[in-house]
Design a protein around this ligand. Structure first.
Ligand SMILES: Nc1ncnc2c1ncn2[C@@H]1O[C@H](COP(=O)(O)OP(=O)(O)OP(=O)(O)O)[C@@H](O)[C@H]1O
Length: 302
């Protein structure tokens, strides 16, 4: 009797030895490798220009790879993209907001890949759009022009488009930039519920403080992947130093306890088990005071 093949449970995303060079000859990523299991939220962190967006573009097939490969849900990236399994929520700057289009139309774009060439929305398509708008709390805005919305509302609309697409792998480029605390909390809650459905979320962010609070895994990027793995193992002072180097100041690690502190201009981030504390410029140390509603961006954040 022949034994059936043992089917491995597929990884969410496997990036192997990826190199990307732009047409001007600049190599933005060299030999980048990491993997992410299904049902996880992964943070992609690094300074401006580290290559985070390039990594997203490489996964989406927007830029050609000069080397390496990307596997998504156990299949080559091209196949997963063709099957509409990957959704991308771009940075706000990449979108032309003057283009006159209604919120519901933007979300319906997520359904295009599921429609035939005539692009006539079916009842199911319309239901999916309504459901997606409901999940991001934007139903009331469906007839508004996208250009009339606030930054946080636009983010939610693009997240709704990803949901309408039924993306199993969702790439979010800086979802918290220009977003108020309540919207950030709503987005985080939504990402957690999507994770519990077994989806894969990759989130590039400057807001290092919130990473330990909701990201299961962290990928540190600096022209390549310098560290990756479970957040509790990788979110260490050594990796933060490597990724953010000498510019590591003006922010304090501490998950929900993150706070800005005028006295802490020359902060070094230290982690003491799970309880972070800070060392000030003058060498004194302190524990982190709770001030959870404050956002502190890494240096160089736009
Ligand atoms: N189209 C392009 N042509 C040439 N070089 C580019 C192009 N896009 C990005 N780069 C360069 O590649 C490097 C990585 O850029 P990328 O946008 O991936 O960084 P990032 O980590 O996403 O930065 P940010 O946090 O500012 O969004 C930078 O040095 C950038 O100048």
């Amino acid at each position: 009797m022949r034994m059936g093949r043992v089917k491995r449970s597929p990884q969410g995303l496997v990036v192997t030895d990826v190199t990307v060079s732009y047409r001007n000859g600049h190599t933005a990523l060299r030999h980048a490798s990491f993997s992410v299991p299904k049902g996880t939220i992964t943070a992609l962190v690094g300074v401006n220009g580290a290559g985070k967006s390039t990594l997203f573009k490489a996964i989406m097939g927007f830029v050609p790879l000069s080397g390496g490969s990307v596997e998504i849900l156990g299949m080559p990236a091209r196949e997963a993209l063709r099957k509409n399994l990957v959704a991308y929520v771009p940075q706000a700057e990449e979108v032309d907001w003057s283009f006159p289009v209604l919120v519901e139309d933007v979300v319906m774009m997520g359904r295009y890949g599921h429609m035939n060439f005539l692009r006539m929305p079916s009842r199911r398509d319309r239901q999916m759009v309504t459901e997606a708008l409901r999940r991001v709390n934007m139903e009331a805005f469906r007839k508004r022009q996208i250009g009339e919305l606030s930054g946080g509302q636009r983010k939610r609309v693009f997240l709704a488009r990803a949901l309408a697409q039924e993306g199993q792998v969702i790439l979010l480029d800086e979802p918290f930039t220009g977003v108020d605390v309540t919207t950030e909390e709503q987005i985080v809650a939504l990402l957690k519920s999507l994770r519990d459905e077994g989806r894969v979320m990759l989130v590039s962010t400057h807001n290092l403080g919130s990473v330990p609070a909701f990201c299961d895994r962290t990928v540190f990027v600096k022209g390549t992947v310098i560290a990756h793995g479970r957040t509790e193992d990788t979110f260490t002072e050594a990796n933060l130093e490597k990724a953010f180097g000498g510019v590591l100041r003006h922010f304090i690690l501490g998950g929900a306890d993150l706070h800005a502190d005028d006295d802490a201009r020359q902060v070094r981030v230290m982690t003491d088990d799970e309880r972070p504390f800070v060392t000030y410029g003058d060498g004194t140390t302190g524990t982190v005071r709770a001030k959870p509603r404050e956002r502190v961006d890494a240096p160089g954040a736009s």
